[in-house]
Design a protein around this ligand. Sequence first.
Ligand SMILES: Cc1ncc(C[n+]2csc(CCOP(=O)(O)OP(=O)(O)O)c2C)c(N)n1
Length: 345
Amino acid sequence: MATKTETLSKETLLTWYEEMVLIRKFEEMCRYLYFDEPDKKRRITGVYLHLASGHEAVHLGAVKALTADDHVITAYRDHGIGLARGVRADLLMAEMMGKRTGVSGGKGGSMHLAWRPVNFWGGYAIVGGHLPLATGIALKVRYMNEPNAVLCFLGDGASNNGYFHEALNMAAVWDLPVVWLVENNLVGMGTRIEDSTGQPELVKRAIAYGIKEGPRVDGQDVIKVYEAVKEALDHARAHGPVLMEALTYRFEGHGVSDKQFDARDDLKHELEQWRTRDPLVVFKALLDKRYKDLDDDYARIEADTDKTVQDAVEFAVNSPEPGYEDLIANVYVDSDLVHGDPLKL
Ligand SMILES: Cc1ncc(C[n+]2csc(CCOP(=O)(O)OP(=O)(O)O)c2C)c(N)n1
């Protein structure tokens, strides 16, 4: 019997691989522009820059499980989710630099990327603050009788604040079509999950809300993530919320100002172990096992993704700063608009 993965074509899988490579390179460029440029230009500024190196399979696999009309929302580790959802790399890079051409008009920056054309609702800095918004979007979907679902990414740390309880409970009471996908990277900043969480197996919390307990999926394997999230979204559409986890690891500090990360001796072994399960390495191994002679494809992917990132930087650097009119735009809502579809405001 054919497995589900065999229905994904070679072309699709290579495209996904290319997108994952692009996500990794885009973030490496962001780090460079924030920190490492020799002349200290700091073309990306802001107090924080949260990279998601190691999480790429979770981001890509989960987003690929969405339909075009589904919705996605997340916290501040959002670059890869935006790219996976189809936000153009140049518009994203312009946002990173606070330029007017950026996806959020230059007013959001790294932690507040959002792009309405693809129902990518952000990018939020307040831990867990976006969970009630996910419930709200799902309420709108149900209220308007739409067939869509909402995918809400959250960190394991976010599962310990009050928003989590309120958002999951309300979504459960109304059987709303939400998949709560915990990106469980084992730490919140530097605190281990077992030191912050009474029940570290987070999916078990589904029992408390009377919702479906989803799987704890291998977050380093893009196909496993894709399949599990797809199934969860189908369940959410038909029956209501699902709580699931993707087990993953971040290869960098919490954010660019986490100076302790590299200095932690206890981490070295763990980091080495997880590096063998780098999502790009895992994916490439799967491709090489399944298909022969992909060297030309890999070479093209390297060149194309380098060019996309370079073009994005050039576009962003050459884009204008927001002016006063841009800065005050979308701050006040035109009251004539509030009676329509709330997500079309
Ligand atoms: C309400 C709130 N409390 C604290 C913080 C500071 N803070 C930023 S990120 C973070 C850790 C969150 O960890 P987790 O949800 O696991 O996400 P991860 O960083 O691992 O992706 C904390 C405590 C914040 N931004 N918002």
